[in-house]
Design a protein around this ligand. Structure first.
Ligand SMILES: [Mn+2]
Length: 329
């Protein structure tokens, strides 16, 4: 699939003040793609503001070394502050729910809306969609846009875009890693991305709370359905005892499917505000998005999530039963 980038060049030719945004609980692809898009627009002399519904997780602080790029909607920026924006570019999402509080900005936005994304699910955001669901990351699409517009990838853009692609491919381990992925990465390293430094900043910079939470969650790990399912639980009490923050749990679900013989891995996390968040991963082709759709969740085939009501003790057997049915089918 290759995208026709003319809607983007047309927008750049006719508008000057841009708003760039991405999804709630932003990941490396969301934030890294924003960094790339900002670099692209600023090369064209545009005035750009990046306003997100969620705060930037601390592990991605290196993408905004001066702390001035990512603005938080609701605290740093209010609706009225964005009245002068002439166009909005939405990255790495196509669903209203993923916009969080920024949805109100987009709903009332009078100028053109452009979505650049690689997700399959899609709402009508009243936008022009520049979409390639075969792309491993939205960051890849920003690289392609940069080429299409004849612009240069600066070292700052390269760091953001390498982060985007590396994180959405699980550091080039997931099946969405293609020969072209590594060719793009080669280009980004040549453009100034320091891959070893980015790896260290992302993966070798734990807090004590994060490591203690890893310990707690692994201690809770158990298998069921003859070893075909593994699940771990994180309670509110675990957060208090370890001092971990919610972002410290983001990779924990990957350990559940790393158990030999396990086909489906689940992580249940009690939320501070009440309710339970569940993440699912599959190794045998079981469709996690379909599995969690019956609990109001969604995502991809190999990785999905949902929110459930309390209590944990009732939800774990409910979800295990759903997995049992899905594995039987
Ligand atoms: Mn993505």
């Amino acid at each position: 699939m290759s995208i026709d980038w003319s809607p983007l060049s047309e927008l750049i030719a006719t508008r000057d003040r841009f708003l760039v945004t991405t999804h709630v609980r932003p990941d490396g692809d969301a934030l890294g793609s924003e960094v790339g898009m900002v670099g692209l627009l600023r090369q064209k002399g545009k005035d750009v503001r990046v306003v997100n519904a969620s705060r930037t997780p601390p592990r991605y602080d290196y993408l905004d070394p001066t702390g001035t790029l990512f603005e938080h909607y609701g605290t740093d920026v209010q609706l009225d502050d964005l009245k002068d924006r002439e166009a909005v570019i939405i990255l790495d999402l196509s669903a209203w729910s993923q916009l969080g509080d920024v949805a109100e900005v987009v709903r009332g936005f009078e100028g053109p809306r452009l979505v650049i994304d690689h997700h399959v699910s899609q709402d009508d955001l009243g936008a022009t969609y520049l979409k390639d669901t075969s792309a491993e990351a939205t960051g890849t699409l920003v690289v392609q846009a940069t080429h299409a517009l004849g612009l240069t990838i600066t070292p700052e853009m390269a760091a953001g875009l390498l982060t985007a692609i590396a994180m959405d491919t699980g550091w080039f381990r997931h099946p969405n890693t293609k020969p072209s992925t590594l060719l793009t990465i080669a280009e980004l390293i040549a453009a100034g991305a320091k891959i070893e430094e980015i790896y260290r900043l992302l993966f070798e910079r734990s807090t004590l709370g994060r490591l203690k939470m890893l310990g707690e969650s692994l201690a809770s790990l158990q298998t069921d359905l003859d070893g075909r399912v593994a699940y771990a639980t994180v309670t509110r009490d675990d957060f208090v005892r370890t001092g971990a923050i919610p972002q410290d749990t983001e990779d924990l679900v990957d350990y559940t499917v790393s158990v030999e013989g396990v086909e489906v891995g689940l992580l249940f996390i009690e939320q501070a505000k009440g309710g339970i968040k569940i993440s699912a991963r599959s190794r045998n082709g079981l469709d996690c998005a379909k599995l969690l759709a019956q609990f109001g969740g969604g995502g991809h085939k190999a990785a999905a999530g949902a929110s459930l009501p309390d209590p944990l003790s009732e939800q774990v057997p409910r979800v295990l039963e759903a997995v049992r049915q899905a594995l039987k089918a």
